[in-house]
Design a protein around this ligand. Sequence first.
Ligand code: ADP
Ligand code: MG
Length: 286
Amino acid sequence: MSERTPMIEMRSVSKHFGSVIALSDISMQVYSGEVMCLLGDNGAGKSTLIKTLSGVHQPTHGEMLLGGEPARFKSPAYALDAGIATVFQDLAMIPLMSITRNFFMGREPTVGWGPFKRIDWKLADRIAKQEMAKIGIDVRDPSQPVGTLSGGERQCVAIARAVYFGAKVLILDEPTSALGVKQASVVLRYIAKARADGLAVIFITHNVHHAYPVADAFTLLKRGGSLGTFRKENISREEVLNMMAGGAELESLDAELAEFQRSDSEKNADTEETATASKTRLAAGQ
Ligand SMILES: Nc1ncnc2c1ncn2[C@@H]1O[C@H](COP(=O)(O)OP(=O)(O)O)[C@@H](O)[C@H]1O
Ligand SMILES: [Mg+2]
């Protein structure tokens, strides 16, 4: 395999908040057309890592590269201009504004020029509707408030916006955590599509069923440090579960539940045995 250049890369990045070391010596590469899942307990530094990549925070040490070139972003707007689109945990959307306005967020197409320049709402509505349709969401009226969409659909507006404006890197901080199964699958399908379109995707989730099907690689953070990156072919679903927040607890809960089930079925088997024995005795006229 030839050496590929990562779309986005961190080299020995650290981030300190006063005396708090939120990230320490992190190196990570994410390639075009791949999904990198960030794993780790609460407080491990996942959000800080993506905020550093997306220009919310400046790294204290280390460097970042975009397409092999050194990159430093003064703010999320600079990162976005460079092609890094981020859907933050606290989703930035204005519920009372229309789907179209949330889609364009100030970058609406215009007609005319000089003092006659105005937003071309017809075109804007058409593009918003069309881009949402591409991911299988039928928006009847894009001028309706975004608050009328379901949680999953709203996440998709944010992702559709990123893809439409030519992002190269898509970062998602727990986009599926507040969603039901059906809504989450809408978002997951869209993540898979962004990957197929050649974006480099960084995806944070606590749900192994969401992470495992779409991921190509996993990076595990622990107390601000990286415990390494694992390619999917080298790691099982169970191992990923163990690395996730609460994974260990879930596994011991699973074992406990399995134990209950075992003793339950043993009890049932015992009762059945007794029943069969007494039936046999009855049949034998004892
Ligand atoms: N703005 C900040 N100021 C001070 N400490 C912070 C700030 N942001 C995050 N931290 C600290 O950095 C650590 C990592 O937090 P975070 O990145 O939010 O973790 P995660 O997203 O993995 O749950 C935590 O100890 C948190 O308290
Ligand atoms: Mg977080």
